[in-house]
Design a protein. Sequence first.
Length: 51
Amino acid sequence: MEPTPQPTPPGAATSPPRRRALIAVAWLWVGAPLAYGLYELVQKATQLFTG
């Protein structure tokens, strides 16, 4: 007797291409300002601690 395959929940393993694009845009929307802020933080902290 072979085991019966379990149904995958919606969106568990794969996403439609349009959804992937939306996720990528959302990550860029949040990630770009975050990366810039961290860069500025490191620059200011370096100036603060090195004189």
